[in-house]
Design a protein around this ligand. Sequence first.
Ligand SMILES: [Zn+2]
Length: 144
Amino acid sequence: MTPPQTPPAARQIGVQWTHQDGERTTLTITLCHACSGHWFPPRDTCSTCASTDVEDITSHTRGSVYASTVVRIAPHGFQAPYVLAYVDISGVRLLAHSPSSDRALAPGTPVELTVAPVTDTPEGAVTSYVVTPLDDQHTTTGEQ
Ligand SMILES: [Zn+2]
């Protein structure tokens, strides 16, 4: 008799700082009242001016692409090609996956933030930030 199999546990990367409101996904970010700096992940002390006069606020659900690339050599557990993008949302920048597998996103592309599985491994699905372009005309081949 074999022992019962338990499904692998899902793993999450960074999603503890997100909130779901229906289909809307937002981030908890920190606003510094002393210097107006914005921080993500949230923190108790401003990393620019060291003020503790900070407040956690909720980000917008949409942002824009700062830079993007097609990953063609994947780390263990990921299958290439896939797209990563640095995205600016509410004054912070975060790294997110994009559902396109072979087309990088042009800088300035408007995107919507979600949280979704980004890969599935024998240890379980990995869930993280995913951005979906709101305008297909901003994708590039990543070959320039
Ligand atoms: Zn500050």
